[in-house]
Design a protein around this ligand. Structure first.
Ligand code: FAD
Ligand code: NAP
Length: 541
């Protein structure tokens, strides 16, 4: 697909069965399924092409942290067999090429209007239809609206004083220029030390004249141990891909069935065994570090062993002791999303890299030549905001969504999101969210998550058509109970113990509510039970 070809604003279908918003992995598959059911579909995507996350996040070093053989669609056995990944963890250009390949192979682009941002959706009670409007002036009515707008698709840009005064270049990792950025000879600042920063810092440091990292909270990162993909593993998986997928779906986060994982307690291990096991998992790489023992995510005392092991690794890698100590996280490991890196901590041994702690003295303002913290001005040619996203709710609430009686979603969710199953919310009939708050979403392999949601929504719409149902909405008690279930599941873990974006804590003023449902297999089981009980908890008309 040529992006230039997508820049024209072509005509749209004014009355359709379904509007799909977003052409990431979720929206692409959703639109594909609905068309196969012979529903008329109008898709809208604000970007110039498909791919969602992988269209927008083009910063250096961007790659997946769920292994390539798992971070891919499973709905088409032929696609699964044909596609070849080149690395254990694919880089952004390869994942985007994959999304574009899927779009072409299944003729998905023809259903979408690109460069078109949905600005609002209003439910018309008398017709049981949604009126969807775009920033470009389109208006479409539809029986169903599916928000496939992504959990990490609205950049979090700190509202620093003087943000427009800086005369150099500014970038956000989540909206990176398509032609890349040449930092050669430049004095560069990176604000943030989350996954995006940790992936991009080593590469920016290699190019820039100098790099200064502004850190508010240090993060745990495990070496990804990325490498060319192991072809014998690929052959093994492809020989029985369905079985591999099925086993992964039984994992808490829907991936990693074949990774080393132990079921015993760190508290019962000898010091030698602890060290050996952590070392083994560190060398294995990435998320599976937390599989070294069974209780690392549940018990603070157990967690501290893993945390201290990583801190000691940092102390061993980073030569300057003061910098090493600043880089050592103090929170529970795995509370914020664990990062996977390639040479992150090593980067701080370079002469052209420095670290500034802004935990006690926040960045005060930007100036024409740089930024100020703790009364000191730092001068730069470019500033990279690796400051993350208004996750899970930010994109939905940025649209003016009005449900029954004109009630706004922003009002309903003013104290935090409320959904039934992370799929629908009371008062907004026939409006579905893919990987919405209250679903496993960001705590699972997200391609598996969006496929499961798309299949479920598709089945629900087929059932509704068979039953002659025109309106579906959750029941209030079912939604209230679900909100409680999501909350209780998080309380049983260490997740609520830190200021993570899972809780909305990264965005000033955002209600502090733990948003994802923990545990993909339980979630799928519950949804299957609900389906078997004629979609229990939903009211229909
Ligand atoms: P997205 O890919 O976010 O797509 C949503 C689309 O909706 C976007 O294209 C957006 O432009 C569009 N949109 C939003 N609002 C509007 C509007 N109002 N009008 C029109 N269009 C709109 N997950 C994993 O499981 N494993 C990983 O390794 C992994 N790595 C990641 C790396 C990065 C850098 C980031 C940011 C996220 C990563 N994720 C990962 C999460 C990732 O977001 C999901 O895996 C997946 O790509 C989400 O697909 P999606 O279709 O649900 O959403
Ligand atoms: P993030 O994890 O939210 O990190 C944002 C960083 O910016 C944090 O260090 C944050 O500090 C800092 N920050 C925010 N506002 C600031 C301010 N005003 N002043 C100083 N620092 C500020 O965002 P992200 O790195 O983009 O990652 C988001 C999610 O996307 C990840 O957790 C992951 O799910 C996904 N992702 C995955 C990969 C991958 O490896 N596949 C790569 C990138 C992203 P605090 O911690 O103090 O808030």
């Amino acid at each position: 697909m040529s992006e230039a070809g997508n820049n024209q604003h072509t005509s749209i279908t004014p009355e359709v069965d379904a509007v799909v918003v977003g052409a990431g992995f979720g929206g692409m598959y959703m639109a594909h399924l609905l068309r196969a059911r012979r529903l008329t579909v109008q898709g809208f995507e604000r970007g110039g092409g498909v791919g969602g996350t992988w269209y927008w996040n083009r910063y250096p070093g961007c790659r997946c942290d769920v292994e390539s053989m798992e971070y891919s669609y499973q709905f088409s056995p032929e696609l699964q067999q044909d596609w070849e990944w080149s690395e254990r963890y694919s880089a952004q250009p390869e994942i985007l090429a994959y999304a574009e390949h899927v779009a072409q192979r299944f003729d998905i682009e023809s259903m979408f209007q690109f460069n078109t941002a949905v600005s609002g959706a209003a439910y018309e009670d008398e017709h049981h239809r949604w009126r969807v409007t775009t920033e470009q002036g389109d208006e479409v009515t539809a029986r169903f609206v599916i928000m496939a707008t992504g959990c990490l698709s609205t950049a979090n840009m700190p509202d620093f004083e003087g943000v427009n005064e800086f005369s150099g270049a500014t970038y956000h990792t989540g909206a990176w220029p398509h032609d890349g950025v040449d930092f050669s000879g430049k004095r560069v600042a990176v604000i943030g030390t989350g996954s995006s920063a940790i992936q991009s810092i080593p590469l920016i440091a290699q190019q820039a004249a100098s790099l200064t990292v502004f850190q508010r909270t240090p993060n745990y990162s495990i070496p990804a141990q990325n490498r060319p993909i192991d072809q014998s593993m690929v052959a093994d998986i492809k020989a029985n891909y369905d079985n591999f997928r099925a086993r992964n779906k039984l994992q808490q986060a829907a991936f990693g069935a074949d990774y080393p994982r132990n079921m015993d307690s760190v508290l019962e291990a000898t010091p030698e065994e602890r060290q050996r096991r952590f070392e083994e998992h560190w060398n294995y790489g990435g998320f599976m570090f937390m599989g070294a023992f069974a209780d690392l995510g549940l018990n603070p005392e157990a967690n501290e062993y893993a945390a201290e092991f990583v801190r000691n690794k940092i102390r061993g890698i980073v030569q300057d002791p003061a910098t090493a100590e600043l880089l050592c996280p103090k929170t529970v490991i795995g509370c914020k999303r664990l990062c996977a890196d390639t040479g992150y901590f090593e980067t701080y041994n370079r002469d052209n890299v420095s670290l500034v702690d802004v935990s006690e003295h926040p960045i005060e303002r930007l100036t024409p030549s740089g930024l100020v913290t703790n009364g000191n001005e730092y001068k730069f040619d470019a500033i990279v905001f690796a400051t993350g996203f208004d996750a899970m709710t930010g994109t939905l609430l940025a649209m003016d969504i009005k449900g029954q009686g004109g009630r706004r979603l922003t009002d309903k969710w003013s104290a935090g999101p409320r959904t039934y199953l992370g799929l629908m919310t009371v008062g907004f009939p026939n409006l579905f969210m893919m990987t919405g708050p209250g679903s496993p979403s960001v705590l699972a392999n997200m391609i598996t998550g969006v496929e499961q949601h798309a299949d479920y929504i598709d089945a629900m719409l087929a059932w509704a058509a068979e039953q002659g149902i025109t309106e579906i909405t959750p029941q209030q008690d079912a939604e209230d109970e679900w909100v409680e279930v999501v909350n209780m599941r998080s309380q049983a873990t260490l997740y609520p113990s830190c200021n993570s974006w899972y809780l909305g804590a990264n965005v000033p003023g955002k209600p502090r509510v733990f948003m994802p449902y923990i545990g993909f297999p339980d979630y799928v089981t519950r949804l299957d039970e609900i389906r078997a009980a004629s979609y229990e908890g939903f009211a229909t008309a």
